[in-house]
Ligand binder design. Sequence first.
Ligand SMILES: NC(=O)c1ccc[n+]([C@@H]2O[C@H](COP(=O)([O-])OP(=O)(O)OC[C@H]3O[C@@H](n4cnc5c(N)ncnc54)[C@H](O)[C@@H]3O)[C@@H](O)[C@H]2O)c1
Length: 316
Amino acid sequence: MKVLQRVAVLGLGTMGHGIAQTFAMAGCEVTGFDEISAAGDSLHDRVRQNLRDFVEAELFEADQIDSVLKRLRVCRTEAEAVRHAEFVTEAVREDLAAKQELFERIERDVSDDAILASNSSTFPISQSGARLRRPERAVVTHWFNPPHIVPTVEVVGSPQTNEGTIQATLELLRRSGKLAIRINQELPGFLVNRVQIAVMREVWDLLDRGVASVEDIDAAIQGSMGFRLAALGPLRIHDFGGLDIQTAVFRNLAPQIASGTEVPPKVQAIVDAGHHGFKTGRGFYEYPPEVADQVRSDRDQRYLSLLRLFHARQRS
Ligand SMILES: NC(=O)c1ccc[n+]([C@@H]2O[C@H](COP(=O)([O-])OP(=O)(O)OC[C@H]3O[C@@H](n4cnc5c(N)ncnc54)[C@H](O)[C@@H]3O)[C@@H](O)[C@H]2O)c1
């Protein structure tokens, strides 16, 4: 099997910078490109800060930071970034036409056997790669935010993707410390986002009905479902609950819970008022600019403590 060592990341925003960091931490030579030069110019600073957080969480050695940063090279053109890459992943905005055009363009510049990956949250590779001449080398690798911390990456081919592409992609991600999961069918939303949307629908409906406050909904789920899911997968939890009980609970409650496809009015009103969450300083909670950095760092520290447990578990 091909062992991939040279990686290109196109789009260095929320996802792209963390994806580039992950591959550089695994020893890959990484080239990056973003159409906004500020995103490229700030890449090393953002990754340095992430790595310092890793050091603080005792997940990385401080004396390795510089060598990781040296393996990241920002290019001034897309063609230069992809030219020598063996694995190219896009992490540009979620716009089907933009992704299709990008893949069509870069296919002229990449080597014939380079693997082309998309980090789309929704578009299967048969759509985003619809204009590729060689669709057998294309695959979705769906990471979760923050990508340098959250372990799972879903790997989803199209019916045209060949087995070598899937296997080399799984090997690269696993060598990079990721929990790479092969998904067998190209369903919209792949696997995890379908489950997340099911939970989101019910949580937003409960909030809309005023069943509990924002804080209490978060606390209740964190201390129950979240607690158990961080330790066991959902199907194993069901086994421990007893499938006779679980199937009865399902029959009783499934018809009672939300099944609509519209965003509930109270949530839509928050969005319509321009409150888009952390990035605008307000969503369900408030994030004043003077504490924004601290809030983000607290979030990462929480995730990193879970990652420490996750790594310890993988080793045992
Ligand atoms: N943010 C998330 O939680 C998340 C999770 C999983 C997957 N994704 C997916 O990852 C992709 C990127 O999302 P994000 O949150 O990082 O977005 P983002 O807006 O933070 O970053 C996108 C970056 O791509 C750059 N860009 C846009 N078009 C480009 C092009 N043609 N060439 C080069 N650079 C270009 C932008 O300048 C920007 O810096 C999307 O497809 C998104 O659906 C996002």
